[in-house]
Ligand binder design. Structure first.
Ligand SMILES: Nc1ncnc2c1ncn2[C@@H]1O[C@H](COP(=O)(O)OP(=O)(O)OP(=O)(O)O)[C@@H](O)[C@H]1O
Ligand SMILES: [Mg+2]
Length: 472
């Protein structure tokens, strides 16, 4: 059942139906019109010839003064002849609706008030009606001088002959339409199969690709439509390839990053295990190094978990209306001891009081990451300057430093997970390359944006823009 409804919904079925309708419908219409025109013409001809005959007969009746004396031999034989020719019955009635002649001789002397006669008397002209299989025609009997009918002739003739021809025509018409229908169905089937084929080809091409992402693209240029579909599909395929590559790179980066502290710990522990009589201070030093490596491993895992959590789209974000000036002051206060160690000055420039909807914890960690980078990748006795400004819609935070700067070809990549400009240098400074990636995700969660401007040897400026009010 399901399969059948699916076939009814298919493009092929619809094209077929349209072609069949286009084939049969005009046939039915033309046939109907031809038959109707024939029928009308045939009736008009028949009535016309009867009226002619009646006219001649009427003159005879007037001449013979038939209305007063219906025994005229000439008139009566003419009446009989006419009723024989048309295979019908003729009655003659006078002004009192009395039948003075009946070619069937059954109703003589009776009174006949038929609608045709009534109207014929009233309008002084001939009238006919068609009922079942008979045509009834009333013809006034009057002399050209007197415009008042003296009586009427009522003819009842069979319409069977015309009706038989019409029925015959109808039968032939149905046969022709039947033939057209069969041809249309065949043609519709063949044409729809041909027309729909390219779409089946698209499906097959996509199915052929489903065993893994091969490096090929599909192409079905038969129609513009199929070309658009395959183009869109190729775009999707490329995106998936990129995603797949970045996932693989991410996994290998994670493994590598997690292994490095492990390797250091193993080397440190091995050198302690392999030797005897090691001085107490050396033990202390190695164990301190091992603890540092454990801390490092811990930070990587915490950062990774933060990122994974943020990837889960509707990660719970805890929005509150906050004083942003206060938040920035708190961040700088917390980082000042680290900056002092490198003799770096932290400056906060606020242009106006700003209140906005942010997640306190996430916003703080995002800005802290930027300021920490400003301190870490700075020169001795340098500075990090944080500014805050706002308009009616957004607030803007910039974090600028007097540090080493970022080479132009790295600028695009610093927001990638694990990306660090100079691996060896960064290692000695300490970092995993996840900070900016977390920062960017956090700002995106606030529906904001982050951009970076940097010049090697001069410094770097990160600009953050976040809407004042959060719309979920
Ligand atoms: N202010 C800056 N000046 C110069 N280079 C920077 C600056 N900020 C970031 N970078 C470069 O971008 C890289 C990525 O920064 P990110 O904060 O993501 O990682 P990280 O600081 O190395 O490690 P993490 O923040 O995870 O501890 C850094 O390794 C550094 O090379
Ligand atoms: Mg960082």
């Amino acid at each position: 059942m399901k399969k059948r409804t699916k076939y009814f919904k298919s493009l092929k079925f619809r094209i077929m139906v349209i072609l069949i309708i286009l084939g049969i419908l005009p046939g039915i219409v033309v046939m109907g019109m031809v038959i109707q025109t024939y029928e009308k013409k045939a009736f008009d001809l028949r009535i016309g010839s009867i009226e002619d005959e009646c006219g001649v007969l009427c003159n005879l009746l007037i001449k013979e003064n038939y209305m007063n004396n219906s025994s005229s031999q000439a008139a009566n034989s003419k009446l009989e002849l006419l009723s024989d020719i048309y295979g019908g019955r003729i009655l003659v009635v006078d002004r009192n609706y009395q039948i003075i002649q009946d070619t069937y001789h059954t109703d003589l002397g009776k009174v006949l008030i038929s609608p045709e006669v009534l109207r014929c008397f009233k309008e002084g002209s001939s009238r006919y009606t068609r009922h079942e299989h008979t045509i009834t025609l009333a013809f006034p009997v009057m002399s050209p001088e007197v415009q008042q009918p003296q009586g009427a002739m009522l003819m009842m003739i069979s319409a069977g002959e015309i009706e038989d021809t019409v029925a015959d025509l109808e039968q032939k018409g149905i046969l022709i339409i039947g033939i057209i229908a069969v041809v249309s169905i065949l043609l519709g089937f063949i044409l729809s199969t041909i027309l729909v084929k390219p779409f089946a080809r698209v499906t097959r091409a996509i199915e052929d690709l489903t065993d893994g992402y091969q490096n090929e693209e599909i192409s079905v240029p038969d129609y513009r439509e199929t070309e658009l579909i395959t183009d869109a599909f190729n775009k999707l395929l490329n995106r998936m390839k990129v995603l797949d590559d970045s996932r693989q790179e991410f996994v290998s980066n994670v493994s590598h990053e997690l292994k490095t502290p492990m390797t250091s710990m193993k080397v440190l522990a091995d050198s302690l295990v392999g030797q005897e009589g090691i001085p107490e201070e050396l033990y202390q030093e190695f164990l301190r190094d091992i603890t540092a490596e454990i801390d490092r491993e811990n930070k990587i895992i915490t950062d990774l978990l933060t990122l994974v959590k943020m990837d889960k789209k509707a990660a719970d974000i805890n929005i509150q209306h906050m004083d942003i000036n206060q938040l920035l002051e708190d961040i700088l206060k917390r980082l000042r001891p680290i900056a002092d160690k490198q003799k770096i000055v932290l400056i906060l420039d606020s242009f106006r009081p700003v209140e906005a909807d942010v997640d306190e914890v996430k916003f703080t960690s995002a800005i802290s990451n930027l300021v920490e980078n400003g301190i870490k990748y700075n020169v001795d006795e340098g500075w990090v300057r944080v500014t805050l400004d706002a308009d009616h819609k957004y607030f803007y935070v910039t974090v600028a430093d007097s540090g080493m700067g970022i080479p132009e070809d790295s600028l695009e990549r610093i927001f990638e997970r694990f990306y660090r400009v100079d691996k060896s240098h960064s290692r000695e400074i300490g970092g995993t390359g996840l900070g900016l990636s977390i920062t960017r995700s956090t700002i995106a969660m606030h529906h904001g944006a982050i951009t970076v401007f940097s010049k090697e040897g001069e410094g770097t400026t990160f600009s953050v823009r976040i809407p004042l009010s959060y719309i979920p």
